[in-house]
Design a protein around this ligand. Structure first.
Ligand SMILES: [Mg+2]
Length: 389
């Protein structure tokens, strides 16, 4: 063997040894990781919390100053996904029911958080109903997996953050001087949402029009009972610059609502009448669109399916929220590029938000660049902040 051949052969051996060593080390790392992952489990923890509302929240049939929520964490391999269940009283869930639901779950049986559908099927089948509690798990698992992937959730879903809509800002029913004050507070928002359905509906609109000419969405919260009166009112509202009518009549009154949608010059949106994907087919042709809220439909995974199905039916989509912290609101915002309108102001209506998350910039939903749903717990000296950290 000449010198060149000798060098070439020894070099090849060395190279082969190197490759073989690196393959072995890769394999042993993989083996180690697989072994270790066998012992890693999803860890669920939760804490009840009470949201303090900035103003008394007056609806056509009720009013309140607080909203109960339960904040949750799902931890895995040093990552932490956050989730939230918000329970406005009319939906029938409470601190007690959500805690009972979460306590019966055994998420530790899962060692791979990316088996999202298996995990959510297990959660779904563990008990009927409990949509807010299920939404909390769904939000947290989506936040967790996107964090592990190191990407914002909307990016994983292939949604364009430039296509987020403006959000409306809700003005509750109140005395004219308070309404004027609330409209001034809503200065950064380009669309107002007004709760109607009481005796003073026209006065509310006239009061707002005395201070601003911004487009208005009105939410009747099932407050109108006569379809002819409702149609007349819608024509009057249109003249006043109203652009959307939400839940004008009782959620069970399909005939009058279908008639109203047919004759109305403005789109009629279902809120109380729409809960989850099983309602959609029935509402096709009765409403022009639906208001999707994570707490009604059970979370992001289902909400995303609903968006696509509603569009396939030619229906408009609004992404809404309850009074919630920035956790659930930021989660819903991740879906907003799929919507025609957003009503994502729930976190702005409370005084004790423990998170920093999605921001409304010049009236528009602006998605954070962080991985996951885009929230970070605020460093506060409160019990809830300690839990979140
Ligand atoms: Mg509504």
């Amino acid at each position: 063997m000449n010198r060149r051949d000798f060098l070439r052969s020894t070099g090849m051996v060395a190279g082969a040894l190197l490759i073989s060593n690196s393959v072995q080390s890769f394999e042993s790392k993989l083996k180690y990781k697989t072994m270790r992952n066998k012992y890693l489990k999803l860890q669920l923890s939760f804490m009840p919390y009470t949201l303090q509302l900035r103003h008394v929240f007056n609806l056509a049939k009720s009013s309140r100053t607080t909203t109960p929520v339960v904040l949750i964490k799902i931890e895995y391999d040093g990552f932490c996904g956050f989730g939230e269940a918000s329970m406005p009283p009319y939906l029938g869930e409470s601190h007690e029911s959500v805690i009972k639901f979460l306590q019966q779950l055994n998420l530790a049986q899962f060692s791979d958080p990316f088996l999202i559908h298996d995990i959510l099927d297990y959660v779904e089948n563990s008990m009927n109903g409990n949509y807010a509690a299920k939404a909390a798990i769904d939000i947290a698992i989506n936040d967790l997996t996107a964090k592990i992937a190191g990407l914002p959730l909307h990016k994983i879903w292939g949604l364009n953050p430039a296509k987020t809509p403006n959000t409306s800002f809700t003005i509750g029913i109140d005395a004219p001087d308070v309404v004027k004050l609330k409209v001034i507070e809503a200065e950064p928002y380009r669309i107002l949402k007004v709760k109607l359905g009481r005796e003073n509906d026209k006065e509310m609109i006239e009061t707002i029009r005395s201070v601003t000419d911004k487009p208005i969405c009105v939410d009747i919260n099932q407050g109108w009972t006569d379809r002819l009166m409702a149609l007349e009112m819608i024509h009057w509202l249109k003249e006043k610059g109203v652009v959307i009518i939400e839940q004008p009549m009782l959620k069970t009154n399909f005939d009058d609502t279908a008639w109203l949608t047919q004759h109305s010059p403005l789109p009629i949106i279902a809120d109380e009448a729409f809960h989850n994907i099983s309602d959609l087919e029935r509402l096709k042709g009765i409403y022009s669109g639906i208001n999707i809220k994570l707490m009604k439909c059970g979370g992001l995974t289902s909400a995303r399916e609903i968006c696509y199905l509603a569009r396939s039916y030619g229906m408009k989509v609004m992404i809404g929220c309850m009074t919630e912290t920035s956790c659930a609101v930021s989660a819903a915002a991740q879906l907003s590029p799929l919507s025609d309108w957003a009503d994502l102001d729930g976190n702005l209506l409370i005084t004790n938000d423990p998170f920093d998350g999605m921001k409304i910039i010049e009236g528009k939903v602006t998605l954070p660049k962080q991985a996951g749903i885009g929230v970070v717990p605020l460093k506060l000296k409160t019990e809830i902040a300690k839990f979140l950290y």
